[in-house]
Design a protein around this ligand. Structure first.
Ligand code: 0O2
Length: 221
């Protein structure tokens, strides 16, 4: 990833990128292990899929400008929390909190900031759980804590966010009020759908438990 603005900081930027890339690998491995353990112990897979990315140079520059800072490696590391980003897509809202909790409990993960846009959605309807964490990256002669933004959301929330993102760029942040209103309505439908799917799943789970108990009783008779 090239950031051509840094002629005299090219080496520093390469080092920073090595750290961000390594931090993504660390977090992805943790998530994979977590999901495999779940599958093994609960015969259940809470994670639908995971995507990770390094933020684009344009997007980094935009955020630095937004923060009214000079575009230097030091400022990026200090002020841009999501150069390394991981997005975890789950089936149910309850999975989101379970996964967030498991990540936060890992002894080498430091939670620096949490934004719960599920409990408090943004005004446009955006809903998702965000954590800024740091993980230690072991280099040959030192250890560097490196930040990663983790976004956790349901499939329905992700569907909404990707369409909203497209609309945002299409209208350069100034979508007509009618479209914004419809997006807000869609976000309410998303929240309703997530709620319904969760209670349906709870019902199915309790039904299976009852049936299992019934079979056990029949077998023991
Ligand atoms: P991209 O393209 O994903 O990189 P902070 O992290 O606290 O310093 P920031 O960055 O405002 O401040 O944090 P926030 O609110 O947690 O948002 C970070 C990211 O969440 C955004 O990154 C988006 O990916 C996503 N996000 C936040 N609000 C919205 C929204 O209204 N709609 C959609 N679709 N996504 C949102 P970037 O840098 O905007 O973009």
């Amino acid at each position: 990833m090239e950031l051509p603005i840094f002629y005299d900081e090219a080496e520093e930027w390469k080092n920073a990128l090595l750290l961000y890339d390594s931090a993504l690998k660390e977090i992805n491995t943790k998530i994979e292990i977590m999901n495999n353990e779940f599958k093994l112990t609960h015969q259940y897979n809470p994670i639908e899929h995971v995507v990770s990315r390094l933020k684009s140079p344009e997007s980094i520059a935009k955020k630095i400008r937004h923060n009214k800072k000079e575009l230097t490696v030091e400022n990026i590391v200090k002020y841009v929390n999501d150069v390394a980003g991981v997005r975890i897509i789950c089936s149910f809202t309850s999975d989101i909190y379970r996964i967030a909790d498991l990540i936060a409990k890992q002894s080498d993960v430091k939670v620096l900031k949490v934004k719960d846009y599920i409990t408090c959605p943004k005004e446009n309807g955006y809903s998702s759980y965000h954590m800024i964490v740091s993980v230690p990256i072991y280099l040959s002669n030192n250890v560097i804590e490196t930040k990663v933004e983790i976004q956790i959301r349901t499939i329905a929330m992700d569907f909404w966010a990707s369409l909203e993102h497209k609309i945002y760029y299409k209208f350069e942040g100034n979508a007509p009020e009618r479209i914004r209103k419809e997006l807000r309505e869609c976000s309410e439908i998303v929240s309703y759908l997530d709620h319904k799917m969760l209670s349906l799943n709870e019902e199915i789970k309790s039904f299976s438990h009852d049936r299992e108990a019934e079979y056990k009783d029949i077998l023991s008779e």
